[in-house]
Design a protein. Structure first.
Length: 532
């Protein structure tokens, strides 16, 4: 594409008249264009494409494109193409990239950006600069800065089937490879730890296959792990005495608890300490009547509360006594820099929310203490931790986000080196205050207006970027903006395939650390695989 600047401003964008011989159909929204001014170079993004005419009546009356004379008219003389650009980065004469503070001189030449232009802004691929994709019409790597990514929370959004999971896999693999952060992944759908199926039936590798002992997998559903032949590092069980009233509050909407029920829970906790839940669930009806009098609660309310809390007894991982403290094991792994993936198998959403909240509560406490010690002793801060959470709106809904540990982490834990990697379909169901704290936003195609408005809330040039967002393909394209990229960018997502494995993997499956697991699995020695 070539053309010349003839109109525009910083706020409304720069308008380029296409040069003769350029075909407007070759220009795509989201493409990169460089304008060379007299002093500075400007890297811009195409945000709109339209026709204009010397005589507007031409556009109304139309022309006959089969007529040679009319064809000459359409070829830039009477009717011409206008490309609207949003200037994103200004590069001065010394090669310094800065925010846009001026516009190019009238008549400045605009043309497609080349590899050098892209590398000067986004950097070249390296361990800290993850090659995540290419511009849709260019075969040039676009990099995302992982060190900046982990400084603030990140959101990966998009409706079902658009490629959120693939983007998340790319990011997680890049983080493990770079060691910019240690990762805790709440893997709700068993897609990140070990191999998973892509659409069409072929398989993709998980983090364990790429990085071996740098990744530990814990499962809450050992039967599911056995069926899928996943070499796990432990079975995660939760003891009743590890559940607090605050954990139950998170499940309020799912258990349909009222304020009276929540008050009763706190009364029981005060009387029974950590054993409140197990003792209460084991009571029969007559005992509950007596107990209600003891703690000053309403008997009928306690009976109703017991029926609702009995749903928890159907969770396969919930035990009175656990053989080992897997929560502590997970904390130990994270402190040693070992990435942890927690697979939920076929565990219900209720179980997913309960476990995620319990573990993040422990992480919150651990990282606050570690950070405070480092300040007191003037020692090294704890390694940054990224918590990946799917179905994020369940924890960050406006009605409960202020009460959940996840919401607190999103709002306040950046200073303690803990951030979130939020994966969700519905940005509109996430608390706006939490969204405002997300440093880097990545979205595949969104179609609901509320979700689009939520994603673009507080973003500069939101109106222009709405056009860009609307132009994304149904699959394998994304818009990235925020802290980890110097400017908003549309990418065709890199394939998560053997080429990517070769780039990031530090591990050979021939030396798989859990071969003993596979041998025991083949011999059907399940008790040795998962000791009680």
């Amino acid at each position: 594409m070539k053309g010349n600047l003839f109109r525009g401003s910083i706020t409304s964008g720069l308008e380029i008249k296409l040069s003769d011989g350029n075909i407007i159909e070759d220009v795509k929204v989201g493409n990169f264009v460089v304008i060379q001014g007299k002093k500075n170079k400007y890297l811009c993004m195409v945000t709109d494409i339209k026709f204009e005419a010397l005589n507007p009546q031409m556009l109304i009356n139309g022309i006959n494109i089969e007529d040679d004379i009319d064809e000459k008219i359409i070829d830039g003389t009477g009717v011409y193409g206008v490309i609207t650009l949003s200037p994103m980065i200004q590069v001065d004469g010394e090669g310094n990239a800065i925010s846009v503070k001026s516009i190019p001189a009238y008549g400045s030449l605009a043309q497609d950006a080349n590899a050098e232009d892209i590398y000067n802004v986004f950097g070249i691929p390296s361990e800290e600069n993850l090659y995540i994709g290419t511009p849709p019409e260019m075969d040039i790597p676009i990099c995302i800065n992982l060190k900046k990514l982990v400084e603030r929370s990140t959101g990966v959004f998009g409706r079902a089937g658009t490629g959120k999971t693939y983007l998340t896999r790319l990011l997680l693999a890049g983080l493990v490879k770079s060691k910019c952060a240690v990762n805790l992944v709440f893997d709700a759908h068993n897609e990140y730890g070990y191999e998973a199926k892509r659409e069409g039936g072929s398989k993709v590798k998980g983090l364990k296959q790429l990085f071996g002992s740098q990744v530990a997998i814990f499962t809450l559903d050992r039967e599911s792990s056995l069926r899928r032949e996943v070499p796990v590092d432990g079975v995660l069980n939760i003891a009743y005495n590890q559940i607090t009233p605050d954990d139950i509050m998170l499940l309020n909407s799912m258990l349909n608890l009222n304020n009276t029920a929540l008050e009763s829970i706190y009364q029981m906790m005060k009387a029974e300490k950590n054993d409140w839940l197990y003792k209460f669930i084991k009571m029969d009806s007559s005992e509950i009547e007596e107990y209600a009098e003891e703690i000053g609660a309403n008997g009928n309310s306690l009976q109703a509360l017991k029926r609702k809390l009995e749903r928890l007894t159907r969770l396969p991982f919930l035990k009175h006594i656990v053989p080992s403290d897997c929560v502590k094991q997970i904390m130990d792994f994270l402190q040693k820099g070992i990435n942890v993936v927690i697979e939920f198998g076929n565990v219900s959403t209720l179980g997913y929310m309960l476990v995620a909240n319990i573990i993040t509560r422990h992480i919150h406490e651990m990282y606050v203490k570690a950070s405070e010690k480092s300040i007191a002793n003037d020692s090294k801060e704890p390694t940054p931790l990224v918590i990946t959470i799917e179905e994020a709106h369940r924890f960050l809904d406006p009605s409960i986000s202020r009460e959940t540990t996840m919401g607190e982490i999103a709002r306040e834990m950046r200073k303690y080196n803990v951030t979130l990697l939020i994966v969700d379909q519905r940005t509109s169901q996430i608390d706006s205050e939490v969204l405002s704290q997300i440093g880097t936003k990545i979205t595949c195609r969104l179609e609901d207006d509320n979700d689009i408005n939520s994603f673009l809330s507080g973003v500069n040039n939101a109106t222009k970027l709405r056009n860009v967002l609307a132009s994304l393909d149904q699959k394998q394209q994304a818009l990235i903006l925020g802290h980890a990229v110097p400017m908003p960018v549309v990418i065709k997502t890199r394939n998560y395939d053997q080429n990517f494995y070769n780039d990031v993997s530090t591990f050979s499956e021939d030396d798989f650390i859990n071969k003993p697991f596979l041998k025991l699995l083949e011999e059907e020695k399940v008790d040795e695989l998962f000791p009680d």
